[in-house]
Design a protein around this ligand. Structure first.
Ligand code: 5AD
Ligand code: SF4
Length: 443
């Protein structure tokens, strides 16, 4: 009987990429995808450690999966449970303690060893294998070739982070910065387009600090990579996430002027509008540096619209600091944003800073910020009414005969279309909008 796998992914787009690579490894080993946990011989949780809530969710899910494992055991079926991703890197001991039934756990930089790990698990059940080493050799060298899974493809070009923002676990879970060589990235991009992708999103925790070596050993920046990739025939759209404001250089800004394939939407997290808080966060920008970068980018491409991440209630944040964040929002008028209450992460410097902000205050500030952000999001969506937009349709909608896709501005748009149109870019006239989505008619 063919063995089946089920992967559940938490967190960021990098985890989505990793899960796709893990699925490719498993398919090479002869596994097929299961429709649910209940039908799976191998269940993998790809986890996120960025905030406490995300990490806790993993433990509650593991409890539920263990119950299914026991039910399957009564039917004589074996289930292997594995945990991968950032929670493993940060909480390997917690996993052994709180979920001893887990068969293996491996960090975000070591999942390429999955074939060996699974072989070990098969030889001896009940043996918890935990692999959290930061390997010297890049996992990318060991992964199967990345093939298109649809119109949109993720391509990791950089991993890890050297910034050490004082609230963030990423430098500890994903390690220090690593940039993949130019040739390797180009090969993967070409293969993705040849196998059907029309949009590529270049990923990295700090993607604009990319400095991979070219064929002659010369270090190249993200702008170079964007130019080379946009030359690929058949590729229609290009994006990159996530960028660090202080690392946006003039070369990158020029790309927004010169490359028509580069979408007019950029995620550029500021985190806070208060210079005092930005300093305490160890960010290498203040609010005016950030606003200057946005201005230059929008001069290069006047259609460019911004999104950001925000943290409210960072230790020491006063009402005045919070107001400075609202001021930035009113200036940039983000068309989308992600905002979070500060979450204390063990081992990070901010977790032990004095003046932690009360939960009640964090909650109030988050509501105020989100109301403001949503108002700009709705305003922009309304400006799109009646416009014709090219939409890349990625998934089926809730209703029959409906597809959901993304506009150049990353808005979700649904339209009545049959499934032959999946993974294609189709011009749609926007007929209706809400804060979170658009609907339209193909033209
Ligand atoms: N608490 C709240 N939000 C956080 N982020 C990162 N660490 C924390 C934390 N400890 C947010 C930042 C980052 C996004 C991915 O998650 O805004 O940009
Ligand atoms: Fe975390 Fe800061 Fe690095 Fe982003 S730049 S991954 S927030 S440490």
């Amino acid at each position: 009987m063919v063995k089946k796998y089920y992967i559940k992914t938490f967190g960021c787009q990098m985890n989505v990429y990793d899960s796709q690579r893990i699925a490719a490894i498993l398919r090479n080993l002869g596994y097929e995808e299961a429709s649910s946990v209940r039908n799976a011989d191998l269940v993998i949780l790809n986890t996120c450690h960025i905030r406490e809530k995300a990490a806790e969710k993993v433990f509650s899910d593991l409890g539920r999966i263990n119950l299914i494992k026991q039910e399957r055991a009564e039917e004589g079926k074996d289930t292997i449970i594995g945990v991968v991703g950032c929670v493993v890197q940060a909480e390997d001991k917690e996993i052994s303690k709180r979920a001893p039934f887990v068969d293996f756990a491996t960090g975000p930089l070591t999942y390429h060893r999955l074939p060996e790990i699974l072989a070990k698990v098969a030889r001896k059940r009940g043996l918890s294998i935990i692999d959290t080493e930061f390997p010297a050799i890049a996992k990318f060298d060991f992964l199967p070739e990345n093939k298109a899974e649809g119109g949109l493809a993720y391509l990791a070009v950089q991993e890890g982070c050297n910034n050490f923002c004082t609230y963030c676990v990423v430098p500890y879970t994903r390690g220090i910065e690593y940039s993949r060589p130019v040739a390797e990235v180009l090969k993967e991009a070409r293969h993705l387009v040849e196998t059907g992708s029309v949009e590529i999103n270049l990923l990295g925790q700090n993607v604009n600090s990319y400095h991979g070596e070219d064929e002659n050993g010369k270090e190249r920046n993200l702008a170079y990579l964007l130019r080379r990739i946009s030359e690929i025939d058949g590729l229609k759209r290009l994006r990159y996430t996530t960028s660090y404001p202080a690392d946006v250089d003039d070369d990158l800004i020029t790309c927004h002027r010169d490359l028509p394939k580069l979408m007019p939407y950029l995620h550029l997290p500021i985190q806070s509008g208060s210079d005092k808080i930005l300093k305490a966060m160890n960010r290498r920008h203040n609010s005016s540096d950030y606003l200057k970068v946005v201005e230059k980018l929008q001069q290069a491409n006047p259609n460019l619209r911004m999104s950001s991440d925000f943290i409210v209630g960072f230790p020491g944040e006063t009402d005045e600091d919070f107001k400075a964040t609202l001021d930035v929002v009113n200036k940039v008028k983000y068309i989308q944003a992600f905002s979070f209450k500060y979450s204390r992460r063990p081992g990070t410097p901010a977790a032990i800073m004095p003046n932690q902000v009360e939960e009640k205050v964090k909650k109030e500030r988050l509501e105020i910020l989100q109301d403001l952000l949503f108002s700009y999001q709705l305003k922009f969506n309304k400006e799109c009414l009646g416009k014709i937009m090219p939409v890349l349709f990625e998934t089926k909608g809730r209703h029959a005969g409906q597809l959901i896709g993304r506009t150049p501005y990353m808005q979700n748009l649904h339209a009545k279309l049959d499934k032959e149109n999946l993974n294609k870019i189709i011009n749609v006239k926007v007929t209706d909008v809400t804060t979170n989505s658009l609907s339209g008619e193909p033209v």
